[in-house]
Ligand binder design. Structure first.
Ligand code: NAD
Length: 275
């Protein structure tokens, strides 16, 4: 049955792929993104392939902007059945330069070098807001449409760093742990009104955000990229298409009794101890 699916951050790499795949399943798609041009481009592409999509500029940190987006979606596509909270990301101000602290680090005056002690609260707050508040607010706005209907659900995007934090990125790891925890909390809270709440925990996908961290200009792996591949039993980065099957399953009737789960899609990364 055709549903109205709202995806935030859908001008980005992963959720634009999900938007297009869900359209091919016959659903109507609302492509929300802070960047209007990116949202419209994804919607135009879906429409040109025979789907039904609208591109809407919305800020997941601004409730008024989300309410305006919901009115727009309701008018153009109908009330929301499924929300995918895809907007998220990291910030350099919430990132340390080194994996481990050493005594020398405290006297390192290299420009931009950051230990734990130099982390800027504004960077940490940016990352927590974008990933956690940016999941909570759209859910407050769009899940209201779902109460009293059947077959509705929320799908959050966590990360495998929510299970075990990745080195150097305490803010992003903590924020995604909050998203996973919130997924379970909300699944319980919404259980009696029939709204299922689940999350994907993607592993490493090469995107514009992390490409320069993981690969060099000639496409070789950086030391961090190399470590990731060595720690990934399947021995490769994920492709955005790897998220499609689980997304379709979790958003559909096949998962009608599944709520409160966070599913790693990471080539075995989170299952591997390294020995
Ligand atoms: P991306 O940067 O390509 O997409 C994120 C999108 O969110 C962008 O289009 C951006 O414009 C939008 N956005 C940013 N701030 C916003 C705001 N305030 N309001 C609305 N939209 C906003 O990133 P991606 O790799 O596609 O990531 C999608 C999700 O998957 C994120 O939550 C990310 O944290 C998560 N994730 C990514 C990876 C990976 O390896 N790429 C791994 C695990 C989890």
């Amino acid at each position: 049955m055709s549903k109205v699916i709202v995806l935030t951050g859908a001008g980005g790499v992963l959720c634009s792929t999900l938007a297009s795949a869900l359209s091919k399943e016959g659903h109507k798609i609302a492509v929300l993104d802070l960047r209007a041009d990116a949202a419209n481009k994804v919607a135009d592409q879906i429409n040109s392939e025979g789907g039904i999509a609208v591109g809407i500029s919305a800020d997941v940190l601004d409730k008024e902007s989300l309410i305006e987006a919901r009115n727009n979606v309701n008018q153009k596509l109908g009330s929301c059945d499924i929300l995918i909270n895809g907007a998220g990301g990291n910030h350099p101000l919430g990132t340390t330069s080194n994996t481990h602290l050493s005594e020398e680090d405290l006297i390192n005056k290299e420009d931009g070098f950051k230990t734990f002690f130099d982390l800027d609260p504004s960077g940490i707050k940016f990352v927590f807001d974008l990933n956690f508040i940016g999941t909570l607010l759209p859910t407050q706005v769009f899940a209201k449409d779902m109460v009293g209907k059947k077959g509705c659900s929320v799908l959050n995007i966590s990360s495998m760093n929510a299970f075990t934090p990745l080195t150097k990125i305490p803010a992003y790891s903590g924020a995604k742990a909050a998203v996973s925890n919130f997924t379970q909390w909300l699944a319980v809270h919404f259980a009696k009104v029939g709204i299922r709440v689940n999350a994907l925990a993607p592993g490493f996908f090469l995107t514009d955000q992390n490409r320069t961290l993981l690969t060099t200009e000639d496409g070789e792996l950086t030391p961090r990229g190399n470590t990731i591949i060595e720690q990934t039993p399947m021995g490769k980065f994920g492709e955005p298409e790897d998220l499609i099957g689980t997304t379709i399953w979790l958003c559909g009737e096949g998962a009608s009794f599944v709520t409160g789960v966070v599913i790693p899609i990471d080539g075995g990364f989170s299952a591997y101890s390294g020995v």
